[in-house]
Design a protein around this ligand. Structure first.
Ligand SMILES: NC(=O)c1ccc[n+]([C@@H]2O[C@H](COP(=O)([O-])OP(=O)(O)OC[C@H]3O[C@@H](n4cnc5c(N)ncnc54)[C@H](O)[C@@H]3O)[C@@H](O)[C@H]2O)c1
Length: 244
């Protein structure tokens, strides 16, 4: 028996990295998985490999969200879990980042998560069950130098999670945030100083970055009924970085 048997799950940014790992694990645990991204060739390939369904979805586009939810409801009559995983990183301190660049990060990381919750919450509320998992970051729990827009957007994800959790609680729709630390994906490899992975990981108490699959295990728990009494909460997967 799979831990997500009979569940219909939607994952954004699922063409690679953590989203791909979540799609693979959810499918292996019995879920019907819909993968979305803007990297269509990669997303199609992952979906074909695991027996999922891929659709192009730019998370910034409200109409596209509604069309996708309508299509999923026609196909399955339900959406049990949404993982709002798509995100981008950008450098720049608050006194140097261009407002247009700030807005670009907020549009994907913040507006995109809001639109996702806004699109699926009505069908989950109607069903009286659902789990929304928002991927924030350790950057959504603390400050830091040189990624001002990213920090801002990830704190916003954490805040939206709590507000939506309270608004959805009586309808048994749970909303939680995941806060990854250093995860070995394309995003981490593009970080300043990433050429020297061990230097980057030096401060991590466990002494290494995580594999995407290690975040996927937490997303699986939150998407499943195993986490039935958790909502409005932060779940950290960072090798101990937050404890420093
Ligand atoms: N890698 C890390 O160290 C780390 C740490 C903390 C949090 N995170 C967060 O984890 C999530 C997943 O990132 P990852 O590490 O797998 O990186 P990644 O860059 O490999 O994956 C991000 C995915 O999001 C997709 N995406 C970007 N813009 C999009 C848009 N407008 N619409 C739809 N999809 C879009 C990308 O195409 C990509 O497939 C992100 O929200 C990221 O901020 C990553």
């Amino acid at each position: 028996m799979g831990r997500l048997d009979d569940k219909v799950c939607l994952i954004t940014g699922a063409a690679r990295g953590q989203g791909e790992a979540e799609a693979r694990l959810f499918r292996a645990e019995g879920a019907t998985v819909w993968l979305t991204d803007v990297l269509d060739a990669e997303g199609e390939a992952v979906a074909a490999d695991i027996g999922g369904t891929y659709r192009h979805l730019d998370v910034r586009e409200e109409a596209a969200w509604q069309a996708l939810v309508d299509e999923m409801m026609s196909a399955h009559g339900r959406i049990d879990a949404l993982v709002n995983n798509a995100g981008i990183f950008a450098t720049g301190r608050h006194f140097e980042i261009d407002p247009a660049e700030f807005q670009r990060v907020m549009d994907v990381n913040c507006l995109g998560v809001f639109l996702g919750m806004r699109a699926v919450s009505p069908v989950m509320r109607e069903a009286g069950a659902g789990s929304i998992v928002n991927i924030s970051s350790l950057a959504g729990l603390r400050g830091g130098v040189g990624a001002f827009a990213y920090h801002t957007s990830k704190w916003a994800v954490r805040g939206m999670t709590k507000a939506a959790a309270v608004e959805n609680g009586r309808r048994n729709v749970r909303v939680n945030s995941i806060h990854p630390g250093l995860i070995d994906t394309e995003m981490m490899r593009a970080l300043p100083g990433a050429e020297d992975e061990m230097r980057l990981a030096r401060r991590v108490p466990l002494g290494r970055p995580a594999q995407a699959e290690e975040v996927a295990e937490l997303a699986l728990y939150l998407a499943s009924d195993e986490s039935s009494y958790s909502t409005g909460s932060e779940f950290i997967v960072d090798g101990g970085l937050n404890a420093l």
